[in-house]
Write a protein that binds this ligand. Structure first.
Ligand code: ADP
Ligand code: MG
Length: 327
């Protein structure tokens, strides 16, 4: 379902933490709010869910205002950083809790849970207590619980940040699969750039309660709107040059550009490590270090004051001190 926030402002007592926020999330999208700790990410999710209300502006779900709808009637799933399972209930009972409160019949609950435990891959664990599960398994139960009432909008607040990196990747993939199979709209919150770039259809970068930029992962990574955002989104190489007649010229040569020159400042080109490669026939640069990580090699080269970080999809390191070219 489409979700829209119009001029949303949220306060805690007198402090404004979200200012005039305008966001549109399309039906079926994986939408990520990316931002550092304290930027207001959780506050936005709480406002959507109806857990925190002091705001002006409007939130529309499927075109209807949520303002006067209590949290329990919004039909929105919510997954928190901690699984928050009932410790004295089994996995099955934890997932069944919501439907029981809503008066679902026993066999309908059974069918629904059978489907969900399969989807989140916890079949066979139904009778365990939460304390007998790993962190990842507990979070799978929490996801099943958030979906058991057939909600189509799912809010996820840094759901994997306490899991180790390989498990995080697996859980991310799980959520992408669930999104497709159940036709979910997901609003995902994270401070982790990698996670945002891999999972999202669209990202909004939040800073101090307002959105600095929104776009596809590609837009955000390759065309960030400020230097700080460029640095936050990943390793950035800055190449000084000149702009003349729609061409940007630097020591690496010429590229076409639509940017107009400003007489007051030197233009820089942003180059990501994957945009560059090493040319063994060249001699302009000196290798400072070179390190293999999995299938890739990251090499740092320098020439006078300029240092470039280059990541190539190759299984070969360069010796420190070697002279090379860069393309
Ligand atoms: P994030 O999730 O991005 O880390 P939060 O939405 O939790 O950020 O917090 C945004 C700002 O609001 C922070 O400055 C935080 O200190 C403040 N804040 C969060 N919750 C409360 C609260 N219950 N009362 C007062 N201030 C709060
Ligand atoms: Mg938070």
């Amino acid at each position: 379902m489409d979700l829209q926030m119009n001029q949303l402002t949220v306060n805690y007592s007198k402090t404004e933490v979200i200012k005039d926020l305008n966001v549109q999330v399309k039906d079926g999208d994986f939408f990520t709010i990316l931002g550092q700790s304290g930027s207001g990410k959780s506050t936005i999710l709480k406002s959507i869910a109806g857990l925190h209300k002091s705001h002006s502006g409007e939130i529309l779900l499927g075109g209807s205002s949520l303002t006067h709808i209590p949290a329990e009637e919004r039909h929105i799933g919510y997954v928190f950083q901690k699984p928050l399972l009932f410790p004295h209930l089994t996995v099955y009972e934890n997932i069944a809790f919501g439907p029981e409160v809503h008066g679902w019949k026993k066999d309908k609950i059974q069918r629904q849970i059978k489907k969900l435990v399969k989807l989140v891959k916890i079949e066979g664990l139904e009778d365990r207590m939460p304390s007998q599960l790993s962190g990842g398994q507990q979070q799978r139960v929490a996801i099943a619980r958030s979906l058991v009432l057939d909600h189509k909008l799912l809010l996820m607040d840094e759901p994997f940040s306490s899991l180790d990196p390989s498990l995080r990747e697996e859980m991310g993939q799980l959520v992408k699969d669930l999104q497709k199979q159940l036709n979910l709209t997901i609003i995902f919150v994270t401070h982790d750039v990698e996670e945002a770039l891999t999972l999202s259809d669209k990202i909004s970068f939040l800073t101090q309660g307002h959105i600095l930029q929104s776009g596809t992962p590609k837009d955000m990574y390759n065309h960030p709107s400020t230097k700080d955002l460029a640095e936050f989104m990943g390793k950035a190489n800055w190449l000084a040059g000149q702009i003349k007649e729609n061409k940007f010229t630097s020591i690496l040569g010429e590229v076409p550009t639509e940017v107009k020159p400003e007489s007051s400042s030197t233009p820089y080109q942003l180059l990501r490590p994957h945009d560059l490669s090493i040319d063994l026939k060249g001699t302009d640069f000196i290798v400072k270090s070179s390190q293999r990580t999995g299938k890739e090699t990251t090499t740092i080269v320098h020439k006078d004051n300029l240092e470039l970080t280059i990541t190539e999809l190759k299984d070969q390191e360069y010796r420190t001190g070697t002279t090379v070219g860069v393309t």
